[in-house]
Design a protein around this ligand. Sequence first.
Ligand code: PMP
Length: 290
Amino acid sequence: MGLKVYINGEYFEKDQAKVSVFDHGLLYGDGVFEGIRSYSRLVFKLKEHIDRLYESSQGIMLTIPLSKEEMIKAVVATLKLNELDNAYIRLVVTRGMGDLGLDPRKCKHASVIVITDNIKLYPEKMYKEGLSIITVPTPRNIPEALNPQIKSLNYLNNILAKIEALNSGYEEALMFTAHGYVAECTGDNIFIIKDNNLITPPAFLGILKGITRACVMDIAKKSGMTVKEEVITRHNIYTADECFLTGTAAEIIPVVGVDKRIIGDGKPGKITLSLMKEFRKVTKTDGVKY
Ligand code: PMP
């Protein structure tokens, strides 16, 4: 039996899970999404992801036809049905079917989709040896135009940056704001460690307020570290003691090179490694059971 996908209250086999070509999610990227993970039948930070999904949809004036409680039930039911112990969960809400114009009023029913799948982990080598990344010319969307705090189906800004990194032979891109400050990577937030301070760019600059980011800041604070949300520059990255990325899929991944410059001593840093260890502990114990 293949994986089943939830669409508007019904379950479909993976190859039958389809939306209309008139769905504005497809035609215009008019919709929002979330990426969530479960570890050993515990959904990690489910409430935080659901809250962010509803905030994103509020940001684009899209009413989700389920209450938060109903959405949580749909996620849990889909995971149970698919008997997945460790899963990647993708929640998608689109504006729904309309006509070929932009007018969202033509879309009478939002589409709610829950996809659960086996998690594809990054190779262990990347965590042991660290990642080398590259800064790219495409700036992150300016928040006055489309705020990156809205996790919308418009990911072209990130995809263009990803293409620039791939064209240069790198897997991940570091993006700047239009004013030249460090923003985030294409699907991950960035942190540096300098003189035992943990520093990450503030959300107002125009980045996604990552849930892993918040979790890592919390772990660091509890361990007595000074945690700062501060505007940082390319120079701060190049001269950092340690650097790492955070995201639901990637968890915490050390960065050891940026633009062919070696960060720290070119190996995953001590503080990064201890945060990784603590984070893994939290994912094993925290979460909504199913
Ligand atoms: N930034 C961007 C652009 C993202 O898409 C994501 C999520 N994939 C993140 C940061 C990390 O956020 P989270 O920790 O909530 O997954």
